[in-house]
Design a binder for this molecule. Structure first.
Ligand code: 5GP
Length: 114
C-alpha cells in the first residue's frame, strides 16, 4: 500500500491539529475546512477506501463507525447535527488513499452535494 499524507500524520511525522485519539482511530482538523467544523477520522488499522470494507470484519468497521459518531459527539455536534462523508475513488473525488470520514458541521449544509 502506498504511503500517504495520512500515514505520516498518524505516525506524527507531520503536524495536524488533533481533535480526538483512541486505540482505534485518529481524528484531526482538515487543512482546508469546508465548514466551521471539518474533521477527518481515520482508522489506525489502514484501509485505502470504503470499497475495501467488504473484506473487513463487521467488528472492525463497526468499531470505526462508532468512533466516528463519538468524535462528532466530542465535537459537540449532536444537538445541531452534522454530515459524515466518505469519498471513494475518482468519481467520488477521493484524493488521499487512506480511508477517512469527513465530519462536517457548525452550519446548515446544502443538499444535494455537487
Ligand atoms: P478526500 O478528497 O480524499 O475525500 O479528502 C482529503 C482531505 O484531506 C481534503 O479535505 C484535504 O483538505 C485534506 N488534507 C489533505 N492534506 C492534508 C494535510 O496535510 N493535513 C490535513 N489536516 N488535511 C489534509
Amino acid at each position: 500500500m502506498e504511503d500517504t499524507i495520512f500515514d505520516k500524520i498518524l505516525r506524527k511525522e507531520i503536524p495536524a491539529k488533533i481533535a480526538y485519539e483512541d486505540d482505534d482511530v485518529l481524528a484531526f482538523h482538515d487543512i482546508d475546512p469546508q465548514a466551521p467544523v471539518h474533521v477527518l477520522v481515520i482508522p489506525k488499522k489502514k484501509r485505502t477506501g470504503v470499497k475495501t470494507f467488504p473484506r473487513a470484519s463487521a467488528e472492525e468497521i463497526g468499531t470505526y463507525m462508532i468512533a466516528v459518531a463519538k468524535v462528532a459527539s466530542h465535537l459537540d455536534l449532536d444537538t445541531d447535527g452534522y454530515r459524515v462523508v466518505f469519498n471513494q475513488g475518482r468519481n467520488g473525488q477521493q484524493s488521499v488513499d487512506y480511508v477517512h470520514a469527513h465530519i462536517l458541521g457548525g452550519r446548515t449544509l446544502k443538499w444535494p452535494p455537487g
